[in-house]
Write a protein that binds this ligand. Structure first.
Ligand code: PEP
Ligand code: MN
Length: 356
């Protein structure tokens, strides 16, 4: 249930509304907009009498949420959620800037992660991605460098100032990974690992939640709800392609999901064109489509030498290709009324060095 207040409600009226709801054993979640405030009620809402609430001072309307998710529902808040990464530059998902995270599928060595970090930073990326713990379909494939990979990511962050996003596979790793990364990634294969979702809900780190390979949009939002129900509302959703009958691409990018999510939730939504496409030549057009559909950001795989990559080389852009892509994205961002960081002139020598 959602209580919408009258414009500019007095603090004591808001307190009275909260006390009324909480005294009946429910939790309240207050979201302040420029004019109105929304009080979300979580718990046994059937026990509440909407007419009695409407009679409280400052209440404009009482609405029942018909969706299975509440905290993640757009109606639940007065304004879209901004997810700030907490870095010096103030990187924020859900604002006017389209945030691009880029880097390798896996952290493979000190040299490659540093080279990647410098190049994607110079190209305009705001975050560095890189898996230290890798979920691989085969138990014989490279599983990531583990804790050493986290150390290398921290070194790359220190060298470039880029905040880092990396995947956590197991509830027992959450504490360790949180010490090193700025954003915890929940991979597609773990979208419904409820113990893991609860654990990342308990830490104060933003979460990048990727859509499961065969998950519906409602299931993705319920997975976000699991995280939010533990107290962490800093969740960014990621459409990364779903399993369909199509074999021309690794997955099918569900562009419509972006538009649907923007209507269903206040959480930022980003797109991973790399895992959707599975091949480098489709990364750019899928990234354009994502921005046109309203995505708040992109996460893109790059590699200094894709042919030698230990995972996902087929879909990883070379560093010069990524730099070119960043330039191509600018007009799409502008057409969508957004901005995107362009390659930094002061770092042009880094890009030139990488390209040569
Ligand atoms: C990844 O980001 O490298 C990854 C494994 O992605 P997904 O969980 O979407 O397959
Ligand atoms: Mn990958």
């Amino acid at each position: 249930m959602i209580i919408v207040t009258r414009p500019h409600i007095a603090d004591h009226d808001l307190d009275r509304i909260r006390e009324y709801i909480e005294s009946r054993g429910l939790r309240t979640h207050v979201s302040q907009g420029d004019e109105r405030t929304v009080v979300g009620c979580v718990g046994d809402v059937q026990s509440l009498d909407p007419d009695a609430i409407r009679a409280l001072a400052g209440v404009a309307d009482v609405l029942r949420v018909s969706k299975p998710y509440r905290l993640a529902a757009l109606e639940f808040v007065a304004r879209p959620t901004l997810v700030s990464i907490g870095d010096a530059r103030g990187t924020t998902f859900g604002g006017s800037e389209i945030v691009v995270a880029a880097g390798p599928c896996s952290v493979e060595s000190r040299e490659m992660i540093l080279e990647s970090a410098h190049a994607v930073s110079a190209a305009g990326a705001r975050m560095l991605r890189g898996g230290a713990f890798k979920p691989r379909s085969s138990p014989y494939a490279f599983q990531g460098l583990g804790a050493e990979g986290l150390e290398l990511l921290a070194e790359a962050r220190a060298a470039t100032g880029l905040p880092v996003v990396s995947e956590v596979l197991d509830p027992r790793q959450v504490e360790l990974v949180s010490e090193y990364v700025d954003m915890l990634q929940i991979g597609a294969r773990n979208m419904q690992n409820f113990a893991l979702l609860a654990e990342v809900g308990r830490v104060r780190r933003p979460v990048l939640l990727k859509r499961g390979l065969s998950a519906t949009i409602a299931e993705l939002l319920l997975a976000a709800e699991h995280i939010m129900a533990q107290g962490n509302s800093q969740v960014v959703l990621c459409e990364r392609g779903i399993r369909t009958f199509e074999t021309a691409t690794r997955n099918t990018l569900d562009v419509a999901a972006v538009a649907v999510l923007k209507r269903e939730t206040h959480l930022p939504v980003i797109v991973d064109p790399s895992h959707a496409a599975g091949r480098t030549d489709l990364v750019a057009p899928l990234a354009f489509a994502a921005i046109a559909a309203g995505a708040d950001g992109l996460i893109i795989e790059t590699h200094p030498n894709p042919a030698m990559a230990r995972s996902d080389g087929d879909q990883s852009l070379t560093l010069p290709s990524f730099t070119s892509l960043m330039k191509l994205l600018a007009p799409f961002a502008a057409a969508a009324g957004r901005t995107i960081a362009s390659p930094t002139p002061e770092n042009a020598h880094v890009v030139a060095g990488v390209a040569s």
